[in-house]
Ligand binder design. Structure first.
Ligand code: GLU
Length: 447
């Protein structure tokens, strides 16, 4: 049996979105699953619209997703070969130079057309099954604008044939192009590859995912702090499933499970909410050090940053969110809070002036005792167990309730109306910093 060869053939005429890369993922997985090779072909035959920055973006995106190709080239690298084949087609009378009547100024007066034999073309698509299309209506279609300007249909067939591509895996929007390409293949005596046209990907509004309607370039997800393993996992499940309940699959699991037979016919929805939750799951699997490194997280105090990672894992779905949390709600972990006396006493029960300062002072001894017990004493749970009874006692007195203690404590530690709970704050700040912040609050109250 021939070695399997697949290719990803993007046109560098715009920034490609996630849906475009789903095609690359399937072609890559199928090749790897079968010990075959995966080729990248930049289809830059449309010289007017192809741009180097789009090509660079494709390479960046594939590098980020880590879809290594065995071979990469630009379609324009094959210009001499395209010309040679075109001349042979004309010499064999499969194609001819056609005189055209220009419709608009600047239109060509000559193009090269394929001599269409007409009839029906049938092919078996691995996903859609048997497809038959009448080709007579297409007439003698154009395959080149000049001997040096082949159009897409011709260039694709030549390159796929020369590269020994065995499986053409591409979007369903190319089904209608396939009969034309098969006609050219036949005329050239090339073997027919196996076709697998992938279902469309729709946006959450159920219309075709497109840049025009705001679909992000894949690299934007990288910049938002989506992990490539999460994106790979998510993209592979757009129109395919492993045949069991698994939702989280690593690259190795995908490679060992992927097959084209389970690609669905119906379109798939690209759902950013789902992508984010898949990403959160992959973020949570990272060790603390990896989490910080891969999220490019930084903060003025490395030890506190390490201790804040569980909080970030709990709440952030992307690394951008993690960075925003560090700059926002968690900034209090790294800088001394500026306290407002009125906010400190906001929950002080009426008629009990001095209660807040006394309550805060009463927390100092238990915190010191925990610190004295060594690092083990400073877990969120032990801190809660040591301090909660003091808040409970206040609750028993009625009026202010636990909040009369917990509110000023949390505010003294964070200087913010929104922050993690005080026990978590103390465990991250450490006893010494927590005590100094509480003392500072007491001083403000008593000052
Ligand atoms: N260059 C084509 C595109 O970007 C793909 C052609 C193919 O896969 O055959 O849609």
């Amino acid at each position: 049996m021939n070695t399997i060869v697949t290719r990803f053939a993007p046109s560098p005429t715009g920034l490609l979105h996630a849906g475009n890369y789903r095609t690359a993922v399937f072609a890559y997985l199928f090749a790897r699953r079968n010990g075959g090779s995966f080729i990248l072909r930049i289809e830059d035959t449309d010289k007017a619209r192809s741009r180097p920055e789009y090509e660079a973006n494709i390479l960046e995106a594939l590098a980020w997703l880590d879809l290594p190709f065995d071979h990469a080239y630009r379609q324009s690298d094959n210009a001499a070969r395209h010309r040679e084949v075109l001349e042979a087609l004309v010499a064999a009378d499969h194609a001819y130079v056609s005189k055209e009547t220009p419709k608009n100024p600047g239109d060509r007066t000559e193009v090269i057309r394929f001599r269409n034999p007409g009839g029906a073309i049938s092919f078996t698509d691995l996903i859609r099954g048997e497809i038959t299309m009448e080709v007579g209506d297409l007439g003698d279609f154009i395959i080149a604008r000049s001997f040096d300007e082949p159009i897409f249909h011709l260039a694709v067939v030549i390159d796929d044939g020369d590269e020994g591509v065995t499986h053409v895996i591409r979007g369903e929007d190319h089904i209608s192009n396939t009969p034309r390409q098969i006609l050219i293949q036949r005329a050239l005596g090339f073997a027919r590859p196996i076709y697998a046209h992938l279902p469309l990907i729709l946006g959450s509004d159920r219309t075709k995912l497109s840049k025009r309607k705001g679909a992000k370039a894949l690299t934007e997800y990288r910049d938002l702090g989506i992990l490539p393993e999460a994106m790979l996992n998510y993209l592979s499940l757009l129109g395919w499933n492993p045949g069991d309940e698994r939702e989280y699959l690593s690259r190795e699991e995908l490679i060992s499970t992927f097959d084209l037979a389970r690609v669905q016919k119906g379109s798939a929805i690209f759902d950013e909410t789902k992508l984010r939750s898949v990403n959160q799951r992959w973020m949570r699997t990272l060790s603390v050090d990896d989490f910080i490194a891969r999220g490019a997280l930084s903060a003025p105090d490395a030890d506190r940053l390490h201790k804040a990672v569980p909080l970030l894992k709990e709440r952030a779905q992307t690394f951008q969110e993690a960075r925003e949390m560090l700059a926002g709600e968690l900034a209090c972990l790294f800088k001394e809070p500026l306290l407002d006396r009125n906010i400190l006493i906001a929950k002080e029960p009426p008629g009990r002036s001095g209660m807040t300062a006394a309550a805060l002072s009463s927390l100092l001894a238990p915190i010191e005792a925990l610190a004295g017990a060594g690092g083990v004493g400073m877990s969120v749970e032990t801190i809660r167990a040591a301090l909660m009874p003091l808040a409970d006692a206040e609750e028993a007195r009625g009026k202010g309730g636990r909040g009369a203690v917990l509110w000023p404590l949390r505010y003294a530690l964070s200087g913010a109306e929104r922050s993690p709970d005080p026990f978590t704050l103390i465990s991250i700040l450490g006893a010494a910093v927590a005590i100094s912040r509480i003392r500072n609050a007491v001083a403000i109250l008593e000052g």
